[in-house]
Design a protein around this ligand. Structure first.
Ligand SMILES: Nc1ncnc2c1ncn2[C@@H]1O[C@H](COP(=O)(O)OP(=O)(O)O)[C@@H](O)[C@H]1O
Ligand SMILES: O=P(O)(O)OC[C@H]1O[C@](O)(COP(=O)(O)O)[C@@H](O)[C@@H]1O
Length: 321
């Protein structure tokens, strides 16, 4: 079972534009979509679509449109009741695949809400192969909340994956984490690397600087680093090996949910007993499939082009270049 925790869930509203976005002007959207979102919720949606047992833990009041959408999907969840409606995050998707996202701060949580969420995690974690702590923290939540949850889960013998950003990511990376999924900007921020240097290297198909930064992070957290790199694919750095993977050719429609789908893909393969490079292949195939779908749709195994993903082992000199 994959247990996901989303402290700051959202209803993702996507407006599709047939013409390029023009700042300061009135434009009319062709298609409007509303889908359940938030990083852990998305991981659960993708895991469920692959037939895995999963449960999403999140704050949301009874009758919230997000919970109604999860009910429609038949996705198992436990919600801590809060006073306000779950935030809406807005995506503007242009015809060429350019995705502009505006995320709201989210519903503030009180210490009592956090206690209830922590109690839910404790009650459900016993049957989980992985617990994922995902997404931003809403107002009212201390930056080290995921760190505290990860420590508690590690003590209980659970495997923990973290996908967050900013201070909560920094705090999480100060302790033990089994799997962390930064994108290139988050990796740069975590390791004090110039993000421009990482981007320039990627433009030359040189994964060296990414691998070097991720390897430092592996030493720090004691677990695996899955660094996702948008259209360039992803790199997996572990104590036992390092691999890069490039995605199959796709026509991007909305990259929202691509990172979450990558994490889900990795976990789906890992819980199925796949080797580390195969886990990476699944991560990249799931991410690419999500990027090719509109809005925050969850890719299913039918959407995957696994053989279109090229996985390369990076060892010795390549790893250190
Ligand atoms: N334009 C794209 N073309 C092909 N694959 C993509 C594209 N954007 C994202 N992906 C896939 O999705 C994964 C996650 O995307 P990324 O943008 O790195 O994550 P995040 O959403 O967390 O920033 C990538 O590793 C890649 O496999
Ligand atoms: O919690 P945050 O950082 O505001 O992110 C939440 C948003 O990210 C998403 O989970 C998508 O994340 P990815 O594009 O990184 O996969 C959306 O569903 C949601 O609107």
């Amino acid at each position: 079972m994959i247990l996901t925790v989303t402290a700051n869930p959202s209803l993702d509203r996507t407006l599709e534009l047939a013409t390029p976005l023009r700042r300061g002007e009135v434009q009319r959207a062709g298609v409007v979509r509303a889908e359940p979102g938030g990083k852990g919720v998305n991981v659960s949606r993708v895991a469920a679509a692959a037939g895995l047992a999963t449960r999403a833990l999140l704050p949301a009041r009874a009758g919230d449109p997000l919970l109604a959408a999860l009910d429609d999907l038949g996705l198992p969840y436990d919600a801590v009741p809060v006073d306000d409606e779950v935030r809406s995050n807005i995506t503007i998707a242009e015809a060429d695949g350019t995705t502009t996202k505006i995320n709201a701060p989210g519903v503030a949580l009180t210490p009592a809400h956090l206690e209830s969420l922590a109690a839910l995690i404790g009650a459900r974690a016993g049957t989980a192969q992985w617990v994922t702590l995902c997404g931003s923290l809403p107002p009212g939540v201390p930056d080290d909340w995921y760190r505290t949850m990860a420590d508690d889960l590690a003590l209980a013998g659970c495997r923990v994956a973290v996908d967050t950003s900013g201070e909560p990511l920094r705090a999480a990376a100060d302790g033990r984490v089994d799997l962390i999924k930064p994108n290139e900007d988050e990796l740069a921020e975590l390791t004090g690397t110039d993000p421009e240097k990482l981007r320039e290297a990627l433009a030359r198909n040189d994964f060296g600087p990414i691998v070097e930064a991720a390897a430092r992070l592996v030493d720090r957290i004691g677990g695996h680093v899955l660094a996702t790199l948008g259209a360039a694919g992803a790199v997996l750095v572990t104590a036992s090996g390092t691999w890069s993977a490039t995605p199959p050719p796709i026509v991007p429609r909305s990259t929202v949910g691509a990172g979450d789908s990558s994490l889900a893909g990795f976990l789906i393969a890992q819980t199925g007993g796949a080797s580390l490079p195969e886990c990476l292949r699944h991560a990249v195939a799931y991410g690419a499939a999500a990027a090719a779908l509109a809005g925050t749709q969850a890719p299913t195994p039918d959407h995957l082009d696994l053989s279109g993903v090229t996985v390369t082992e990076l060892s010795g000199a390549a790893r250190m270049s």
